[in-house]
Design a protein around this ligand. Structure first.
Ligand code: RUQ
Ligand code: CUA
Length: 651
């Protein structure tokens, strides 16, 4: 019997040994015989399009990157939780409210787990949800224009890691806290962790048509670390399964102290039942502050509202809706197979991959035979819920996805490989190395009832020697494998932004057909929009100067402005009058302390400029929009004192 401490030490030595070994080994995948065939499998000829869209988390970049699969070409970085001066995100007056929180303006976060909206358990190409881990938030990205349309702060959560996981029809996206904290927050000793700290699991309702999110209720649960989750499907539709570790409730030296228990848990939550109880008025209303930021397509502007209350349900309020399934050793991934019957745990330190059975879990609940209770939550017996174990899978199982053809694919962080195993007999049928230390993996639709099981993509934690070196920090690395045959086959390495955690992918035509080409000028309800050149003007009100400007190939109107004074706040409200696909105009002015504007056809954006010195200053278009793009420029005169009477060249 190995003790957890010696097992841990063993793991760490192994990690070190493996990373050395793997860096030196010649795997033959970087060239030679394989590459010709592999190249043709990922080659998307000029003018051709990729088969899948893939939305990859940016990790510590706080954003989402959009890639084509199989080419691995990067199409777009969607700004979500972090400011992006390229697109003015968080810098324009219209988008600043999107990054507001109860802590004030927060320009950065750590985004991990995109999840696509689903209808009937199948990815529907409407929205991508993603978590902000550090300042707990969930964002919703609209896939018609690839923009973040909503950010909802999650109160009482402290590290929104187990999030956001969609139920089968996106009735809810669910958010579990990584860190437990005193709820409500109070100034107490950290050593009171086990008596006083609690976890918050939040159920966010999603409107079917608009996608708008709203907190429906929050569950207060024991003070563990909640990690990852998946909703049930088909027979298990009403349930959500979430892994948790640190059931030891350690508050220090967690790498050792939170690795003592042989088994931690997957918590099974009957969300349907909880929702019914919440709707009946069970639980209590708690006063909390959380920001709800919504971007309005008609006004091209965001608003931030601080909301004040949520409904809290304690375990006593929802008897019979929560159960713990013991799961070996600090589980990370918690993945449900396409049939909804099997729940796969990813015990980071476990030697097997445990596969739990939903129907057995129900039987165990019915039988009323529990090992014990924790805070009123029955702990089921491991064996009673177990469908089977994948034995000798490799080391450090993390995440599992499914191909829809009867197989599961589990990422193995420590042994750096993907392991393919059968859902029938839990036997390993194939394994391939990854370079190196794979975290998540993704099969298009691989978390749904209908996987498009053609490729699996590995998202790796360590890059080492795979690319040209770029100093101490290397690009992050994704790897594409063909899984259409019996054996997995490495086809392509491609770099990603930030750190890729999870990713979601779906067939391109699901999204392409709805992709927006421009914003209609006639629908532009921005309060400072200028819909034709004749209406352009400059208006002073006190020290505020509002420039109502238009841009169209290849000039700004107005393009000469005088009467601005040092100390003024100049708001440049630029409307792009183009009504044509792919013709943005930019706007930049010298000394701006924020960013440029990049204005889409039909859109209005506002840049605040506070000139610090007198003189005549140029502004110009930053996007090469026509043969006369270089001529798309103008001047603003700034005076010390003076009349402050603004003038401009009227059209
Ligand atoms: S987590 S691997 Cu959020 Cu799996 Cu990163
Ligand atoms: Cu408009 Cu360049």
């Amino acid at each position: 019997m190995i003790t957890s401490r010696s097992f841990l030490r063993g793991c760490l030595t192994l990690i070190a040994a493996l990373s050395l070994a793997s860096c030196n080994k010649d795997d033959g995948s970087s060239g030679g015989a394989l590459s010709g065939d592999a190249a043709s499998r990922v080659y998307v000829a000029p003018g051709q399009k990729d088969e899948f869209y893939s939305f990859v988390s940016g990790g510590f970049s706080g954003q989402v990157a959009v890639y084509g699969i199989p080419s691995g070409r990067l199409f777009r970085v969607i700004p979500v939780f972090s400011v992006d001066p390229e697109k003015g995100w968080g810098f324009t007056e219209e988008t600043k409210p999107m990054l507001n929180t109860s802590h004030g303006f927060v320009p950065w976060d750590d985004s991990h787990h995109p999840d696509m909206s689903q209808t009937g358990g199948v990815a529907d190409g409407k929205w991508v949800f993603i978590n902000g881990n550090n300042t707990p938030r969930i964002a919703r990205i609209d896939l018609t224009d690839f923009r973040t349309k909503e950010i909802l702060e999650i109160p009482n959560s402290a590290g929104n890691h187990s999030s956001p996981f969609s139920t089968e029809n996106s009735e809810y996206v669910v958010s579990g806290t990584r860190f437990s904290v005193p709820i409500p927050q109070e100034d107490i000793s950290i050593t009171q962790y086990s008596e006083k700290f609690r976890g918050a699991l939040t159920f966010v309702k999603v409107d079917k048509t608009s996608g708008q999110m709203d907190i429906d209720f929050q569950l207060l649960v024991p003070g563990f670390d909640y990690d990852l989750a998946r909703a049930g499907k088909g027979p298990s539709h009403d349930w959500m399964f979430m892994s948790c570790y640190n059931t030891e409730q350690a508050n220090t030296m967690k790498e050792i102290n939170a690795s003592q228990n042989d088994k931690d848990f997957i918590i099974a939550i009957n969300w349907k039942k909880c929702a019914e109880l919440a709707a009946q008025g069970k639980g209590t209303i708690m006063n909390v502050d959380y920001a709800h930021n919504v971007y309005n397509d008609a006004t091209h502007s965001a608003t931030s509202t601080i909301k004040k209350q949520i409904r809290i349900l304690t375990t006593a309020d929802i008897k019979g809706a929560l159960y713990y399934m013991p799961t070996p050793k600090s589980p990370h991934g918690c993945d449900v197979d396409p049939s909804g019957e099997l729940i796969v745990g990813g015990g980071k330190l476990a030697t097997v991959i445990p596969v739990m059975s939903f129907s057995k879990m129900l039987k165990a609940i019915e039988s009323g035979k529990f090992d014990k209770e924790i805070d009123g939550i029955p702990v089921l017996n491991y064996k009673d819920c177990l469908a089977g174990e994948v034995v000798r899978p490799g080391l450090g199982p993390l995440h599992t996805e499914f191909d829809g053809k009867g197989y599961a694919y589990t990422s193995m962080f420590v042994s750096s490989e993907i392991v393919k195993w059968s859902l029938k007999d839990f036997k390993v049928v194939d394994r391939v190395p990854t370079y190196y230390s794979i975290g998540h993996l993704n099969i298009p639709g691989g978390n749904s009832t209908k996987p498009w099981g053609k490729y699996v993509i590995a998202y790796n934690k360590i890059t080492k020697d795979r690319y040209l070196p770029t100093g101490p920090e290397l690009t992050q690395s994704a790897q594409l494998y063909d899984i259409s045959g019996e054996k997995m086959k490495l086809l392509l390495d491609f770099p990603t932004i930030g750190e890729p955690h999870y990713a979601v992918a779906c067939p391109a035509d699901l999204i392409m057909k709805n992709s927006r080409k421009m914003y209609q000028l006639k629908e532009n309800k921005h309060p400072h929009a200028t819909l034709k050149e004749a209406d352009t003007k400059v208006v002073r009100s006190g020290n505020d100067v509002h420039v109502y400007m238009t841009s169209i190939r290849s000039h700004f109107s107005p393009d000469n402005i005088e009467g601005v004074k040092v100390g003024d706040k100049v708001y440049w409200h630029v409307t792009n009058l183009e009504q044509d696909w792919d013709v943005p105009h930019g706007f930049a002015v010298i000394g701006a302390n924020n960013s440029e504007l990049l204005i889409m056809p039909g859109e209005t954006c506002t840049l605040l400029w506070e000139p610090k010195r007198a003189g005549v200053f140029p502004f110009y278009c930053t996007d090469f929009c026509s043969a006369l793009h270089q001529e798309m420029q103008g001047y603003v005169r700034v005076s010390n004192g003076g009349s402050g009477q603004v003038t401009w060249n009227k059209k």
